[in-house]
Design a protein around this ligand. Sequence first.
Ligand code: AG3
Length: 281
Amino acid sequence: PIEGWFTEVFDRHGSAIALKVQEKLLDITSEYQHLEVYQTETYGRLMVLDGCVMLTDRDNFLYHEMMTHPALLTHGAPRRVVIIGGGDCGTLKEVLKHERVEHVTQIDIDEEVTNAARQFFPALVERNDDPRAELLFEDGVKWVDACDEESVDVLIIDSTDPVGPAEGLFKTDFLKRCHRILKPGGVMVQQSESPLYHTETIIKSLREDMGSAGFESVATLPFPQPTYPSGWWSCTMAGKGCDVTAFDPTTARTEHLELEYYTPELHKAALTLPPFMKRHL
Ligand code: AG3
């Protein structure tokens, strides 16, 4: 760690990411995790949970657009969307851009994350007053269990790494419960860590577990994320009775979405796995 810099060290991979910071704006320990917010010199504000970078003002659009638009546009006409985690509201903001979505429920276990977003990341919460948005602060696993069968079109798991509070969100048992609440034609998408660091481990097992949970199709989409381990990240989609690997970019209407990264063509391209990933999956 360098003085005056925030550093996240990825010990197992012998690498780290560091951002020059000007000031620490928040440092609290909630019931669930250690939450920090910094003002950086060149990436705007930075949110950190248990020492891990969650987002910065400058590059969060990459992650949030890729966590949202491929799944919603693959589905085609989602009306009911559920987000597990996502307390910073960055994913919620992207979902609310879709006019045909009628209701979005965000379930994060830790209200302090949303409080910090409200206080320090105004751009992420700017659509929170939308009457279609419902924010709940409870255990997402329990919420999914209590949810009606076949009632959700798109389910987004915007979690932290599969350790600590989010560990249960990567288990087969939870994926089965996710499958239960999706309507036929439903799509789930989960943040799935780094293609460079986690293809043979987390990504591979998540894809297998999605298959065991009853999903007929799976697709892992890599995208750049400069402030996460290795600078490169991924999401993995799974389809219930639909093919998430097939996407026709000419049918997707995105003019009204105010996008900074996602395009239907880029989505199509991200469905082509690089050879090294293909070899391991
Ligand atoms: N989700 C966190 C992805 C994991 C980042 N991992 C890390 N830095 N070691 C981010 C939530 C944004 N809505």
